[in-house]
Design a protein around this ligand. Structure first.
Ligand code: ASP
Length: 333
């Protein structure tokens, strides 16, 4: 058995998820990577990874983790930063509206127990990620939509806010001049935030929050709040999250696919690449016209990211450093 294969197998069975002893490593075939002999591979934690250039959100999450907080708190409070950031026109307050001028938000969250909560198509509430957490923790359900979700928010003490900022209103009014309905996400910039974190105890949680596709049909929901689409976490294996054209992510159940590929021994990077491949290789794939990007982390704290086109980046907090990194991508020419 080659060492690489051995380590992958160990990961799949859970062995690779904890300290690997030198005696196990030395059972492996010699492959030149002798630095591993006698060494101890420790899982890296805490770790935070989030879609796009989201330094403040990741820093907020990282601080929580560094202070011994849970991965669940980290992803919730990290995502709230972007929800409150009015300059980000694809998340929370200031998000671009649907074609009727209504800003509707989608969000979901998963904890290390495999619990999930989501809200879909919510108006007038900025911090939908916290609302999704309330659905997960305080109701017997996993999804609340529209008016029901909003009513639940007020019951839980959330504030009613106008989410349509002047800038987003102006952009919508400009769009209305032609109002050509082309549900195509521009390739350069999306900013939906998907965030994954591992806390000091090694527990993984994830969150994803968005205003969805700009000028979408009223009632349209994408991948972001849907389990296995925009987000999936399995505490034994790792987590994944998506950004980009939600319809395409949903059709391939992208985040679930990535976690299942990691379960089979793929690295987070390999898993993200295979998930993108699924989309671009579809017989009717129109991938030149849309973007999808994935991030992933495994239980060891190894991360991966891949997108269809250039311009996808992610923020990564690891070993005390928070950096924005350009993702590798499929369409090179
Ligand atoms: N994935 C989001 C959606 O389809 C949009 C985005 O990531 O920009 O709603």
């Amino acid at each position: 058995m080659k060492r690489r294969n051995f380590i992958k197998k160990a990961s799949a069975t859970g062995l690779g998820l904890v300290t690997v002893s030198s005696s196990i490593i030395s059972c492996d075939e010699e492959s030149g990577k002798k630095e591993l002999y006698g060494a101890t591979l420790k899982p890296q934690r805490p770790v935070v990874i989030a879609t796009w250039n989201t330094p403040l959100a990741v820093e907020t999450a990282a601080k929580i983790l560094e202070n011994g907080g849970s991965a669940l708190d980290a992803v919730e409070y990290g995502c709230r930063i972007e929800e409150a950031n009015e300059k980000n026109q694809t998340v929370g307050k200031g998000g671009l509206p649907d074609r009727d001028g209504d800003v509707t938000l989608d969000a979901c969250i998963m904890n290390d127990k495999g619990d999930y909560g989501a809200v879909l198509g919510v108006k007038n509430i900025t911090h939908v990620i916290s609302l999704a957490r309330k659905v997960m923790e305080d109701t017997p359900h996993v999804i609340l939509i529209g008016d029901g979700a909003e009513k639940f928010a007020y019951e839980k003490g959330f504030e009613r806010e106008n989410l349509l900022t002047e800038n987003s209103k102006k952009a919508w009014e400009k769009w209305k001049e032609k109002s050509e309905y082309k549900p195509i996400i521009n390739k350069e910039n999306h900013d939906t935030i998907g965030m994954l974190a591992i806390d000091k105890k090694g527990n993984i949680s994830g969150a994803c929050t968005t205003s969805g596709l700009a000028y979408k049909m009223a009632g349209r929901v994408g991948d972001s709040p849907i389990i296995g689409g925009g987000l999936f976490v399995d505490n034994e294996i790792g987590g994944a999250s998506a950004t980009g054209l939600g319809e395409e992510v949903l059709k391939t159940v992208g985040s679930f696919l990535i976690v299942e590929l990691m379960r089979q021994g793929k690295t987070p990077q390999e898993a993200c690449e295979i998930a993108i491949d699924r989309i671009v290789k579809k017989p009717n794939s129109n991938f030149n016209n849309f973007q999808v990007g994935y991030i992933a982390v495994n239980k060891n704290g190894e991360t991966g990211a891949y997108s269809i086109h250039e311009w996808f980046s992610y923020n990564l907090f690891k070993a005390g450093k928070n950096v924005n990194i350009k993702s590798d991508y499929f369409k090179k020419v």
